[in-house]
Write a protein that binds this ligand. Sequence first.
Ligand code: UDP
Ligand code: MG
Length: 334
Amino acid sequence: MKSSKFPLETGKSISVVIPVLNEARSLVQLLPSIAQVLAQSGLGWEIVVVDDGGTDNLREVIADFAQADSTRNVQLVRLSRNFGKEAALTAGLEHARGDAVLCMDGDGQHPPHLLLEMIRLWQQGNEMVIAVQRMRTSESLFLVKAKAIFYRLLQGEGRFKIPPNAGDFRLMDRRVVSALLRLPERSRYMKGLYAWLGFRTVTLPFDADPRWEGKSKFRFRQLSELALTGITSFSMKPLRMVSRIGFGISFFALMYGLYIVFETLFFGNPVSGWATLSAGIMLLSGIQLVCLGVIAEYLGRIFEEAKQRPLYIVADTVDHSGLALELQPRETTF
Ligand code: UDP
Ligand code: MG
């Protein structure tokens, strides 16, 4: 399927989408190395950088990069504020015009030299090529364990698997991108959405490099929020767990009730058990509140979806493609 006017030649083209939040210093090095690799691929190419509400000099960095060589096609999409990486990625996918779209981080952790191998796998007929991180050496043991539990909670639902450690560093055929953009949900747990889509997929293991500049934007709080989004969008396990807990406690209460009646009838009732009573009430109120919280988490998601707000707002776009006149913006689904 040749769905875009980009590039002018009849050959295939690829768009590299990079969502960034204050990564201009890394991009100074990263963009030229991506350009160098893409030039070897023999494909027409463009880079789509999405500025997710950053405050650095990204605009100048992009302009300098584009002006250094007229064959460099770069779009800068500036969002009106920080909408989060998942929304920024979606913005990038909507602006990408290539026959394949490759998403990567802008902090230098995703090595550009892998791009050629990923492109080769796509040209062999794979519709999705996922670069899977071997081991995140910089992560604490606690984070590694927490992630393992998260993926366990997520798996076993439905007919598709969300591969652990498969992040956003991946190449997608235009067919996959079109399908992905048809998914209307607001809570976007991208890794889950990719897996839900299916398509012919291959994985390519790689070792992530350390960040070139600054710190990860995903602190524990952001990670746990993302994990909650993932679980509530892809798994009903917590809701089922709530009803199972309810059944379990009811069964226990029934047995205990029978025991009390039995004890009163056969041994008399020497009014005791205050400690058991108060501990029981406190424990059960706690459990009830936790269960309400679980249900509220899903209710909150429904509220978010019902509002139907756009996923992101584009403040402006700068198109440094030499082919600007020929480019047709894709229709927006959000
Ligand atoms: N990022 C973004 N918006 C955000 C947070 C992060 O666009 O709100 C970008 C960030 O600039 C980087 C990529 O997402 O290009 C991955 O972020 P980071 O390296 O902080 O995450 P990690 O590698 O720790 O998962
Ligand atoms: Mg990173």
